[in-house]
Design a protein around this ligand. Sequence first.
Ligand code: BGP
Length: 478
Amino acid sequence: MNSAQFSPHFLWGSASAAYQVEGAYQEDGKGLSIWDNWVRIPGKTYRGTNGDIATDHYHRYKEDVGYMKEMGLKAYRFSISWPRILPQGRGIVNPAGIRFYQNLIDELIANDIEPVVTLYHWDLPQALQDKYGGWESRKILPDFVNYAKLCFDTFGHRVKYWVVLNEPNIFTQLGYLLALHPPGKSDLKTFLTTYHTTALAHAQVVKLFKEGQYPGYIGSSIAYTPAHAASTEDQDQQALENYYATNCWWLLDAYYKGSYPDLGQAYFKKVGAMPAVSEEDLQTLRQGAVLSDFIGINYYQTAMVAHNPPHGVGLSGLNTTGEKGSQKESGVPGLYKTVFNPNVDYTDWDWSIDPQGFTMGLIQLQQRYNKPVFISENGLGAFDKLEDGTIHDEYRIDYLRRHIRACNEAIAAGVDLWGYCTWSFTDVFSWLNGFRKRYGLVHIDFESGSLNRTKKDSFAWYKRVIETNGTNCLQGGE
Ligand code: BGP
């Protein structure tokens, strides 16, 4: 495919999330989040690891921004911890929490780095979980809208890019279907109902933002896993349709079309799991869809799907050990199952590496939604080894280079791509995988506890990407 230029305003960024980097989990008046409690339940996270301290970004943010400046980063995507600024989720505001984010934003702007702020990256105030079951109840809607309004009123004159929710599909699926995230439930209808509530939350917050005439752009970030059929056989092709109708398009349509796919509805009605969706809800979703400025996409991998008979495999857990090949087949009996893709490589956590699938997925988005896209996460989780005082992460450079090239191909094909954030800037706490699954361009010494920062080889390489506006990634580049 032809290559295009990245626009001169392209946002070359890198990302993090509050719970995964901040630490200081009960400092300066912060309330507890559902993750602060979840990690204390034995067996829930890899070897009981937690984000109590994480990278200590709360105290070391200036040092981290210093590295961002050195790299020439154009945008830093981070999330606000809701219970840090509203310890009970509503009501009394914690001034120290506000100050922390104000300082961080000031520091970024002083260094010419655009803050991209996520309102919700999974750390719900525990108080709201206790009060009415968190996202399971529509009572969360006014609380979330008030929290968003507080953020817009407080930070809106400095922040131009807002991500309302991070991967609502993942936190609801893992929280309400696979029982791997808080609150650890497993029920299809509860998952779909909760997801629907997140879509309403997105739409209401987008409306508030637009009606309040806050300056800037707003969207939410969905974890998008496009798929290939395992063969050209009709049954596998049908499985692919089923996958998209109950998965990708189900999730994205709610946010960016304001509806749900018919084929998916037919299936969920058949199994008695269709959530209650009123005409008023759909109207709200449609308004949210129209008013959203961009589609946030977190892309890591594709799936390969195949026919799965009515008594075939069901959902399985995730490889959280890093033992390559330990991921089991997973599926929905009668609809589809995901199978090993012989055409691509896999990471140690069995995530497929498929840059071509990335281009394909971006083109599908363009065709279906015709909206600008912002890549809010993309990166490689790996075991990194500290050697001669640094990390020679050629494998990460290779992954990122190929994915940036894939973005370029998508742009050449007509996709309106606003920016690209690597996941993650520094190494972070990986929810279910502890500290061994590293994504950063900056290494953190978790082992000794010093939390010293060391630039990896990928740091200098990404610096060049930014300096050359991506041209070093294109065919024939470094
Ligand atoms: C996304 C999340 C991030 C991050 C990333 C890598 O789903 O938005 O918070 O963790 O995936 O996932 P993991 O840490 O599970 O490898």
